[in-house]
Design a protein around this ligand. Structure first.
Ligand SMILES: [Zn+2]
Length: 364
């Protein structure tokens, strides 16, 4: 494997000055911002990954990635965040009881403070994916972060909706895995575990139901998320190398965040996980209660074949239109699934131009 793509590198953004900015949250986690710059810009962009992934979804070397696309389109100051869900950190595969409220309350305010210490009061646009989009939207709508010029959310934001099979998995799956199978997290690499370990057996069992391809990590991704074969993306939208190394891009993840997602799916909107817990008193019970007051325009990207969060963003756009007519935008993405708008081989042709157009209309 002489041409193997290295993990956790910056090789995908060769033409930029790259600096790394560690910071800590008030509840004691070390997180990281990475800055890719070709010079100062009045419109700064922050990229926020989802669960099981990391900043790497934006800087993959094998395709024209979003960070490079933004730099080439004149957004010459791009930052990527690794927050507590990041596969670059151990936090989500350790035993923990973090919910998306912790992320909204601790991770994004600290990240924005750190970023602002470098960029001052320049315009700041955020592009977020998956549970990164849910939790960033929560932070914004709870007033924990302010001064955001625009927010783009791929796949989902404040109204997580999932296919009915995934609802079943959210309800029973976490307890089944934790208490019956005895696994505190799911790792797409379980097929590489020693034979007859719990992870190996789970991988073999899951693959029995997935004949759509021969990549066990792809099957486990579909087991973990949504309902589909595959669930996370459309095979035809990925380069073969991306499909084969999907475990590099979407790593192991714990089960506790699923419990919060389940609660939101049941409520039909983003709600606080533990409403009675004093530590979260600064957060609203219902994150949409101030929807009319939030002035940051949202671009909601709705992949047409979304088998993880289905029509979540279309549904949310309807709610936001009633709260603040004309403020937010919806863009459906024909032929795309949940994650391929970011990691797909043609995302720079089909998806990224919509984002750049939105940034330009709301920037300088
Ligand atoms: Zn596959």
């Amino acid at each position: 494997m002489g041409n193997k793509i290295a993990r956790f590198t910056h090789a995908g953004v060769p033409d930029a000055d790259i600096t790394v900015h560690p910071f800590a949250t008030e509840d004691g986690l070390g997180l990281e911002l990475t800055r890719f710059t070709r010079g100062e810009s009045d419109d700064v962009v922050l990229l926020v990954h989802g669960l099981t992934s990391a900043s790497d979804v934006f800087i993959m070397p094998e395709h024209r990635n979003l960070a490079t696309h933004l730099l080439d389109s004149g957004h010459t100051d791009v930052w990527a965040l690794d927050f507590r869900m990041s596969g670059r950190f151990p936090y989500d595969t350790e035993s923990h009881r973090y919910s998306l409220d912790d992320i909204a309350l601790y991770d994004f305010p600290a990240a924005i403070r750190t970023l602002r210490s470098h960029i001052g009061d320049r315009r700041l646009h955020v592009i977020a994916h998956c549970l990164g989009a849910v939790s960033f939207s929560m932070s914004l709508f709870a007033g924990q972060v302010a001064g955001i010029t625009s927010l783009t959310c791929n796949s989902v934001s404040l109204t997580p909706r999932v296919p009915s099979f995934a609802k079943l998995k959210l309800g029973l799956g976490t307890a089944f895995l934790e208490y019956v199978v005895g696994l505190p997290y799911i790792d797409p690499r379980f097929a590489d575990a020693p034979a007859f370990t719990r992870g190996w057996m789970l991988s073999k069992a899951v693959s029995l139901f997935h004949r759509e391809c021969d990549v066990p990590a792809c099957h486990l991704q579909s087991f973990q998320w949504g309902a589909g074969k595959p669930a996370m993306y459309e095979h035809r939208n990925l380069l073969p190398v991306t499909h084969e190394r999907v475990a590099d891009i979407c790593g192991a993840s714990g089960l506790h965040y699923y419990r919060h997602v389940r609660k939101m799916v049941q409520a039909g909107r983003a709600v606080k996980f533990a409403p009675g817990d004093e530590r979260y008193a600064a957060l609203p019970r219902d994150y949409l209660e101030r929807a009319a007051e939030v002035e940051t325009p949202l671009l909601l990207l709705a992949p047409e074949n979304n088998k993880v969060f289905t029509d979540s963003n279309i549904y949310l756009h309807g709610i936001l239109e009633r709260a603040a007519p004309g403020r937010h935008e919806l863009r459906t993405l024909p032929g795309y699934g949940h994650l391929d708008p970011l990691i797909g081989k043609d995302a720079h042709l089909d998806v990224f131009p919509h984002i750049v157009d939105f940034l330009k209309r709301h920037g300088g």
